[in-house]
Write a protein that binds this ligand. Structure first.
Ligand SMILES: C[S@@+](CC[C@H](N)C(=O)[O-])C[C@H]1O[C@@H](n2cnc3c(N)ncnc32)[C@H](O)[C@@H]1O
Length: 398
């Protein structure tokens, strides 16, 4: 997530409406804690409820969350450059299919990226079958429909929403921009030489976190793969069991095509570097970075960076290969050179130059934001990754 220039006058205080919604959500979470066997729920269950509880979760009911008037800004909300870059990559891939492929987008937010991509494909006369959106939030689905209804019929008629992927499997291109970082994570911490799993418990002030030994096989397996035996007590971080399981399912359903994942994150070696001993979990409210996931419950975003090695490994288990992995800065320059986007910056406007700076500068999104392409039975070109393919840094694929 990127932030608009923080408005010093912006109040973090919740409105009366937000207070009510948050109180109801807290009561719902508390009921789950009290009815659980050990009076504690895994952090991932807490995060899932805080973000996605029907009617009260952040993504299901907080209103306008993405954009200058919301809590954070994603790449497509800065302007159409990011969408145009992805469309250039997608146009290149579409040419490899015998028939016009279907595009699938997970978690389409306000629908901005979807429209940018289809407009650009249309401008380039690239044919696709449909653009199908898989969105867990009914509220955001409503925003997407409204954004898409404002485009011309030729474009809007291509959109469909679906709750599941097609049972016959996928032949096409899947896009997930800043979706994996919105999936619930597990927390872990080393105390007295032992790793414990983060559980949310009832506390005087609301909710608290306790680290307990975990019996979950996926948690133990992911943790033991990380080689963290030597870290000091107090080291804590996150595990992405849910994101990896999502990708495993997706990869299993892929017959032929590619998956483009764009998100904040690192390869495993950097993510779990001994010096990064406080993890990456953060919260966003009104363009401020906050660190307490138990504040503003249901009224702030909670997110953790993505372990791209874990995703690559999950995909490989289901027969997918990493076709490329790089940072956004390199991706922009590689595609920009070919698509003429950099020329457009020179010719056109300051607005375009500002977008280019935000997307490519190492101090902005250029280094920390990554793009990974996974393929199965599909001969994708290296477009986007020719300048600098860092797949080897994932430590997963030969
Ligand atoms: C941070 S927002 C990013 C929105 C959009 N992709 C953008 O770039 O503006 C995360 C999005 O992912 C959705 N999401 C989270 N988990 C999902 C899942 N398992 N399947 C589909 N959508 C999901 C959220 O509802 C939301 O639309």
């Amino acid at each position: 997530m990127h932030f608009a220039t923080p408005d010093p006058a912006a109040e973090l205080e919740m409105s009366a409406y937000e207070h009510n919604r948050s109180r109801t959500l807290c009561a719902l979470i508390l009921a789950q804690i009290r009815s659980s066997d050990h009076k504690a729920i895994p952090f991932s269950s807490y995060m899932n409820l805080a973000l996605y509880a029907p009617e009260y979760g952040y993504y299901t009911s907080a209103g306008k969350i993405i954009g200058a008037g919301g809590d954070f800004i994603t790449a497509p909300e800065m302007g159409d450059m990011f969408g145009n870059l992805l469309a250039t990559k997608i146009a290149d891939s579409c040419a490899q299919f015998e028939r016009p492929p279907t595009l699938y987008e997970f978690g389409a937010g306000n629908g901005t990226l979807a429209v940018q991509i289809l407009k650009e494909l249309n401008r380039r006369s690239v044919e696709i079958n449909n653009y199908e959106i898989i969105e867990v939030s009914p509220m955001l689905k409503g925003f997407q429909q409204s954004t898409i209804s404002r485009t011309e019929h030729q474009i809007s008629q291509k959109f469909k929403w679906r709750t599941n992927l097609p049972e016959s499997g996928i032949e096409g291109i899947v896009i997930a921009n800043e979706v994996v970082d919105a999936m619930p994570v597990e927390l872990f911490c080393k105390t007295q030489g032992q790793f414990g799993q983060g559980f949310v418990v009832e506390a005087d002030s609301g909710f608290g976190l306790e680290y307990r030994s975990s019996v979950r096989p996926d948690f133990r397996k992911s943790l033991s793969a990380l080689n963290l035996q030597d870290v000091d007590d107090g080291y804590y971080s996150e595990l992405h069991c849910q994101g990896e399981s999502w990708l495993r399912t997706l990869a299993e359903m892929m017959n032929s095509g590619s998956i483009l994942i764009a998100d904040y994150g690192f390869p495993e070696r950097e993510y779990y570097h001994h010096d990064r001993n406080q993890g990456t979990l953060v919260c966003h409210r009104r363009h401020r970075l906050l660190y307490d996931p138990f504040s503003y419950v249901g009224c702030q975003d909670i997110t953790a960076h993505v372990n791209f090695s874990g995703l690559a490994r999950a995909a490989a288990e289901s027969g997918m290969e990493v076709n490329g992995f790089t940072n956004l800065g390199n991706f922009v320059v590689d595609i920009g050179m070919i698509g003429g986007i950099l020329d457009k910056v020179a010719e056109e406007s300051v607005h375009y130059a500002t977008q280019l700076d935000k997307l490519s500068s190492p101090n902005e999104m250029g280094e920390i934001f990554k793009v990974m392409e996974l393929t199965k039975n599909f001969d994708s070109s290296g477009l986007g990754f020719n300048l600098s393919d860092r797949t080897h840094r994932l430590g997963v694929v030969d």
